[in-house]
Design a binder for this molecule. Structure first.
Ligand code: AMP
Ligand code: MG
Length: 421
């Protein structure tokens, strides 16, 4: 399967041509409906959750026009063109303790950052530009009318949508809810995602390794990625390479979860029952994607549940999860248009093997060189089973379908892991 030439790059024993990754992703997203149902949660408990309704502000933020600086509040019309302006200081406006009176001609008010602008004043002179002589403030030249003032409602105006349905509540968003005086919000329920590994060779922690056996790592990476996405997880363990066992696992997972993620058993080896069982008991969306690592891969439905049959190799699992499962689960969680991961150009400090045909995700470390350019070098051995190449990396080096080998010094595209969970 791995020794294909360019011409038959997509043949792997399954029927039909491989899909481009972008096409696979749009087909998946077209299938996904957000979970229904939700919770009303206190704002802090809603961190990481997705709003199920718009939050409309009932107040202006800021609620009053206020000073952005420590200084003097004055009427801009009092400023003398080009020279100094002398004004009488008639009081002080501090944050939370507004000045009670009005600023009239020839007057100003000492004002602190965040303090309400007194009536009659529309401009603040920074204290660094003012010299005090007793009750007189001597304002230096060069002030602009209206400067250093934050208008009421300039952040969020009363009656407008402060946060739209589908927004994931991150620290800035819960801060906004705080600024609105909102105590509780409506959020969607968390999607529930069942996951399991398949393979007779797999052992779990605590079990001794026999001849030809390996420890299951995919249930750890998948657990980690799902948990960081903020979904509820259901770990169904290791499923043997057995038609009935796989079918039973599918049925149990579909009964209990909104989505199912399996690893292994999707190729056409004698013991690969995942794709076959999906065909028999569910609906198959497709099962080959022109990506590396990652082909083959199954997507479909079992009952109502979305099904992602990821390959068995540990790096293939992580790459296919990040590129396809993460956006799908974000959509399932209620985020309408999950943003594609950030990419940026970098200079490859190493030559890279690549055959045209599939989109490749090599593991790399990017950094800034002394001359200020972003450079990237691949991390060690890139085999799809070598998880340490993933752990050592801070980005994917994304090589598009039609690209061939990369020479040292060529420009490539990197996708920082910061884009992923
Ligand atoms: P498969 O897709 O089932 O043919 O598996 C491909 C390769 O990935 C084989 O070398 C498997 O032993 C390995 N593999 C499958 N599942 C896991 C797992 N859960 N943890 C670690 N390696 C795995
Ligand atoms: Mg297997």
């Amino acid at each position: 399967m791995s020794s294909k030439t360019n011409a038959d790059c997509c043949a792997d024993g399954h029927e039909g041509p491989a899909l481009k990754l972008s096409e696979a992703l749009s087909r998946i997203l077209a299938e996904v409906q957000p979970v229904s149902g939700g919770d009303t949660l206190a704002v802090r408990s809603a961190l990481g959750r997705v709003l199920s309704a718009d939050v409309v502000s009932s107040i202006d933020v800021p609620s009053h026009t206020n000073s952005a600086m420590d200084g003097y509040a004055l009427a801009g019309s009092e400023l003398s063109a080009g020279g100094e302006t002398r004004l009488e200081v008639i009081g002080t406006s501090a944050a939370g303790r507004p000045f009670a009176g009005e600023v009239r001609s020839g007057q100003c008010v000492r004002i602190m950052t965040g303090a309400p602008m007194p009536p009659g004043a529309d401009t603040v002179a920074m204290q660094e530009n003012v010299v005090r002589d007793g009750d007189i403030a001597i304002v230096g030249p060069g002030q602009k009318v209206g400067q250093h003032v934050r208008q009421a409602g300039e952040d969020i105006a009363a009656g407008t949508i402060a946060l739209a349905a589908g927004t994931r509540l991150m620290p800035a968003e819960i801060g906004i809810l705080g600024s609105l005086g909102v105590g509780e919000v409506r959020v969607r329920r968390r999607p529930r995602v069942a996951f399991f590994s398949t393979g007779d060779e797999l052992r779990s922690v605590g079990e001794p390794l026999g001849e030809g056996q390996i420890y299951d790592s995919n249930r750890y990476t998948i657990f980690g990625m799902l948990s960081r996405l903020g979904v509820d997880v259901l770990d169904m363990g290791v499923i043997r390479d057995d038609r009935d066992a796989v079918e039973q696992a599918f049925a149990k997972a579909a009964a209990e979860a909104d989505a199912i993620v399996s690893s292994g058993g999707v190729s056409v080896g004698d013991a690969d029952y995942v794709a076959e069982t999906l065909e028999r008991t569910g609906t198959v969306g497709f099962w080959k994607v022109a990506m590396k690592p990652g082909r083959p891969l199954a997507f479909g439905r079992i009952g109502e549940a979305l099904f992602f049959g990821l390959p068995g190799n540990p790096n293939s699992v992580m790459v296919t999860f990040y590129q396809l499962v993460q956006p799908a689960l974000q959509a399932l969680a209620g985020i309408p248009n999950p943003e594609p991961p950030l990419t940026m150009p970098a200079i490859s400090a190493t030559a890279l093997h690549k055959k045209p045909g599939r989109r490749e995700f090599q593991r790399g470390v990017f950094s800034r060189s002394e001359d200020g350019r972003l450079v990237v070098r691949k991390t060690g051995h890139q085999g799809s089973g070598v998880l340490s190449s993933m752990a050592a990396a801070n980005c994917f080096i994304v090589l598009p379908e039609d690209s061939g080998p990369v020479a040292e010094g060529d420009e490539v595209t990197v996708q920082p892991f910061a884009a992923f969970v």
